[in-house]
Design a protein. Structure first.
Length: 118
């Protein structure tokens, strides 16, 4: 998902509310966006979040700052990860049962993940 503003967060929350599986996020955002606005509607729907810096992107919000923003809005299990692959690895290894994992927050992050896995 490439949404990165409050409206995108609301749409994602509405989608997540209809799902039966727990939802985990791999999240990265640019410093030109406000992560708390995007994340604010999501805590009731998100089990875990792993924050990443967007690879090769100078304007990437540091992973620690992104994880802190997630905790600020109420996503308790939010932690930084070294990169998207490490974030996915952590979420998969620690999963208890089936879960949905969504990579979100920036089109630059989505593009980076697609380029590495295309």
């Amino acid at each position: 998902d490439g949404g990165h503003n409050d409206s995108a967060g609301e749409v994602l929350a509405a989608w997540a509310a209809q799902r039966r599986q727990p939802l985990d996020l791999v999240f990265g955002m640019l410093t030109t966006k406000e992560p708390r606005e995007f994340l604010a509607p999501l805590p009731p729907h998100v089990g875990r979040l792993r924050a990443v810096s967007i690879p090769a992107e100078e304007a990437s919000l540091p992973a620690g700052d992104a994880a802190g923003a997630a905790r600020d809005v109420g996503i308790a299990d939010a932690a930084p990860a070294g990169d998207p692959a490490a974030a996915l690895d952590d979420l998969i290894r620690s999963a208890e049962g089936p879960r949905t994992v969504l990579i979100c927050g920036s089109l630059y992050l989505a593009g980076s993940v697609l380029a590495e896995n295309g």
